[in-house]
Design a protein around this ligand. Structure first.
Ligand code: ZN
Length: 426
């Protein structure tokens, strides 16, 4: 009996010992693995924690964070090393969205860092770069998943975008040249020779001295096309159930006459479109600004009234571009429409312009009759709801006709709209 008992004890001990050894081995290896991986992560984390002090402004406030996150369900671990500028609330909100977007990609290691620069002691630019790695040994560039960039720019304390640096027409031209949408153009940084633009991933150096008619920045060292303060034109609500008519006036500005038309329009809360010549805009800037300030529209009737299709294309483009530039320099607003002189246009020439070509539905032939009564008669005979009506504000006989027609059609319930408003309403 005793023998058997002792033997049983011995067997139990051996099993116990074996179990203990096994446990020890498991613990040892497991522990070592845990320790090693922790050590490894520490290396990675400390590597990313090293912030490159170069390319950062001295007065930058910074956010530095190195941390690990574990997915609650999969227990998978993720390492983040984040170095960001601490900017104003608005910028920080955008940056936070950017970081959250990167984190949602669930890369093993995410490293976010930035560089900042200063231009003319006025502009500050921040380029934030997020690099993600598919493996824990994120130091190996082969494991890099993606790199994404985010840009924040300031003019003194105000956050600015590409629209604050260059005008709408310049953005339109860039989007055509780079075959991308205007929303895909982004301001990267401002430096002392120009700005850098990201055009859907392609970086463009846009120099001040090569693009003198494009910049609208508020710095004496940067060329600006603006000669006068920008005029803000409020968009207004129209009643789609009431009839509309678009009065248009060619060949001005005509100081005195043009203002009389604006006055008549104001009485009925109306607007019209003035297809003006660039050469006359230069001479009468106050009249041009008065039209813009009244809410009426100024559009392009070329620089000095040539037959556009008869010109070399280069010169035709210059006729339009120069006039666009003059109007912008006077008001800070862009022209949207072209009425070619003599209605002379064809498809191949028109395809070179982003502006809409506008002709007319009713020609009052005011330039021919020079008779107030005749102009009124012709207009009343042909005007209908939705019509574009052609006049010339350079002729004094046209003005009383227009004043009477405005009162007459207002009494019939017509709304006096710009051509752009009419096109938008249809
Ligand atoms: Zn004309």
């Amino acid at each position: 009996m005793e023998k058997m008992k002792r033997r049983r004890i011995r067997v139990g001990r051996v099993i116990g010992l074996l179990f203990a050894c096994l446990l020890a081995i498991v613990l040892l290896f497991g522990g070592a693995k845990v320790i090693m991986s922790l050590f490894h992560k520490e290396i990675i984390a400390s590597e990313y924690a090293n912030v490159k002090e170069t390319n950062k402004l001295e007065d930058d406030k910074m956010i530095n964070e190195v941390f690990k996150e574990t997915d609650k369900e999969t227990k998978e671990e993720f390492i983040y090393a984040i170095h960001l500028p601490d900017l104003d609330e608005k910028a920080n909100t955008f940056i936070k969205d950017f970081v959250e977007g990167i984190k949602s990609e669930k890369a093993k290691v995410t490293h976010i860092d930035y560089e900042s620069m200063n231009a003319f002691n006025q502009y500050k630019s921040y380029i934030i770069t997020a690099t993600t790695y598919s493996e824990m040994d994120g130091l190996n560039p082969l494991n890099q998943v993606s790199q994404k960039k985010y840009y924040v720019n300031y003019d003194q304390e105000k956050m600015i975008t590409l629209d604050d640096c260059i005008r709408g027409k310049a953005i339109d031209i860039l989007s055509v040249e780079n075959k991308c949408k205007t929303e895909q153009l982004q301001l990267v940084k401002i430096n002392e020779s120009g700005i850098t633009i990201d055009a859907n991933g392609k970086l463009i150096d846009y120099k001040y001295d090569e693009n003198k008619t494009s910049f609208v920045m508020n710095n004496p060292k940067i060329p600006s096309i603006l000669k006068y303060p920008k005029i803000d034109v409020e968009k207004r609500e129209l009643d789609p159930n009431k009839p509309m008519v678009a009065f248009t006036f060619d060949d001005g500005p005509a100081p005195g006459n043009t203002e009389k038309i604006l006055k008549a329009l104001k009485k009925v809360n109306g607007r019209a479109t003035f297809f003006e010549l660039g050469s006359l805009m230069e001479v009468y800037p106050d009249t041009v600004r008065a039209v813009c300030e009244s809410g009426s529209e100024v559009a392009n009737h070329s620089y000095d009234h040539p037959w556009l299709t008869q010109l070399p294309l280069k010169d035709a483009k210059k006729q339009i571009q120069t006039t666009n530039d003059i109007y912008f320099s006077l008001t800070g607003n862009e022209i949207k429409l072209i009425r070619p002189p003599f209605g002379d246009m064809n498809k191949s020439v028109a395809s070179n312009f982003s502006e809409e070509m506008v002709f007319w539905d009713v020609d009052t032939r005011d330039w021919e009759s020079r008779s107030t009564e005749q102009i009124i008669k012709v207009a009343k005979q042909y005007i209908y709801d939705g019509a574009i009506v052609l006049f010339h504000d350079i002729h004094a006989t046209t003005i009383p006709a227009v004043e009477q027609l405005i009162q007459y059609y207002d009494s019939l319930g017509y709304q006096f709209v710009t051509v752009s408003e009419l096109l938008e309403a249809n």
